[in-house]
Design a binder for this molecule. Structure first.
Ligand SMILES: *[C@@H]1O[C@H](CO)[C@@H](O)[C@H](O)[C@H]1NC(C)=O
Length: 170
């Protein structure tokens, strides 16, 4: 009994970790957030707290008569340059699927709004475990016990993931 319950727990955990159901994510977390925000960093603070995966969709809700969503390059995002968007969305109920990993940049098409913070960039994870395999780009500090413990923890974590992956395949 105890062991079957254990396996059910493992199975549930595995399902939780491996389910990658595409989500529809409402930009800003509430209706009409695609507008001049209460503070200029509002949308990007929201984006930092949100996980975006390949296949998820961003939902932009706004008044299509006065505003639009422009998907732009990084430079045009930084300078709020609306002249050459990659894509333009005007219908006010805009769904944009995030079909590739990496950064995606959006600015408002309404005059002056981008400058007031109606701009968003999201980073889409390439896969669920990317953060565990981040390249060690920082110069190695002098070895000490803390970093050794950190490595052990990481290996332990990878081990658990591998184990769960094994269960999932099983
Ligand atoms: C905006 O971008 C266009 C084309 O990419 C460029 O010609 C123009 O000078 C830019 N405008 C500003 C204000 O940077």
């Amino acid at each position: 009994m105890a062991s079957s319950r254990f396996f059910i727990s493992i199975l549930a955990l595995t399902c939780f970790l491996f389910t990658s159901e595409a989500k529809e994510i409402l930009v800003g977390g509430k209706e009409n957030s695609w507008s001049i925000p209460p503070s200029p960093d509002f949308l990007n603070l929201w984006a930092e707290k949100t996980r975006f995966r390949i296949g998820d969709s961003l939902m932009f809700k706004f008044d299509g008569k006065t505003d639009s969503v422009l998907q732009v390059t990084r430079d045009d995002y930084n300078s709020c340059n609306k002249s050459k968007p990659i894509k333009e969305y005007k219908d006010g109920n805009t769904k944009i699927e995030l079909s590739r990993s990496g950064p995606h940049y959006f600015i408002s098409g309404a005059d002056g709004n981008c400058e007031k913070g109606e701009k968003l960039f999201v980073v889409v994870m390439s896969n669920k475990f990317k953060s565990f395999n981040a390249p060690a780009s920082a110069p190695a500090p002098a070895p000490n016990q803390n970093s050794a413990a950190g490595d052990e923890f990481k290996l332990g974590f990878k081990g658990v993931i591998t184990l769960l992956a094994g269960f999932a395949l099983f």
